[in-house]
Design a protein around this ligand. Structure first.
Ligand SMILES: [Zn+2]
Length: 45
């Protein structure tokens, strides 16, 4: 499962059971789920 490190913004593949949640690049522990959080502009009609 892919996460984004909130600090360095790298995309990190996390395997919880193996290593827990941690950025492989900077060691930061706050990651968010990688989801294209595109700002959709939805016109409410
Ligand atoms: Zn990081």
């Amino acid at each position: 499962m892919a996460y984004i490190c909130t600090r360095c913004k790298h995309s990190v593949e996390i395997d919880y059971e193996v290593m827990g949640i941690r950025c492989q690049y900077c060691g930061h522990r706050i990651l968010i789920k990688e989801r294209p959080t595109l700002i959709k502009k939805v016109e409410a009609v």
